[in-house]
Design a protein around this ligand. Sequence first.
Ligand SMILES: Cc1cn([C@H]2C[C@H](O)[C@@H](COP(=O)(O)OP(=O)(O)O[C@H]3O[C@@H](C)C(=O)[C@@H](O)[C@H]3O)O2)c(=O)[nH]c1=O
Length: 191
Amino acid sequence: MQVETTPIAGVLLITPRRFFDDRGYFVELYQEERYRAAGVDARFMQDNRSLSRPVYTVRGLHFQRPPFAQAKLVQVLRGSIVDVAVDIRHGSPTFGRHVAVTLSAEAGNQLYVPAGFAHGFCTLEPDTEVHYKVSAPYSREHDGGIHWADPALGIDWPAGPDRAVVSDKDRVLPRLADLGPLFHYEGGTDA
Ligand SMILES: Cc1cn([C@H]2C[C@H](O)[C@@H](COP(=O)(O)OP(=O)(O)O[C@H]3O[C@@H](C)C(=O)[C@@H](O)[C@H]3O)O2)c(=O)[nH]c1=O
């Protein structure tokens, strides 16, 4: 598999190896030992899948507060997205900065987002399906988020506010500056 670092330490772009033959291909989407060696140091305990019917659906930017903080391994099963991870670890040298990458079913690439990041995506095609592994179970009480269009983040989303399709919950999320210090940087990634 191919593992690329990004401008934010700990956030990784991974392309697992596909074995092609006359039938199509086979690919391992996760393999604990190999992924751990590559820097995916989370223990995953839940798998999620979402379908977004309209193009330019924006989901995010989401996180869960400790002790239910989640690292995520994100990939696309159908269609394509711009996937975004924002560093919200106070004291981090990259606090407030983000990584944005295009993930697609065709490329089969994955983004590893450690705990301490807000995560979201914008779909680039109708009927896009996203799959992600998470390192802590869902907890509604620990669910939090940042408004996707918070200008302080400077994210170049493919869709502006006129075209983005956003949930009622996400439409009223606060800005990063209005959040308290939820995560503290400890010199590495804290999955
Ligand atoms: C995330 C999640 C939601 N749900 C339920 C709660 C709600 O009734 C329904 C839809 O939830 P949401 O609107 O929060 O779904 P969604 O907006 O797709 O939330 C997801 O967005 C992406 C960007 C992430 O990074 C994920 O961690 C998650 O926050 O599904 C679960 O039961 N388990 C889960 O793990």
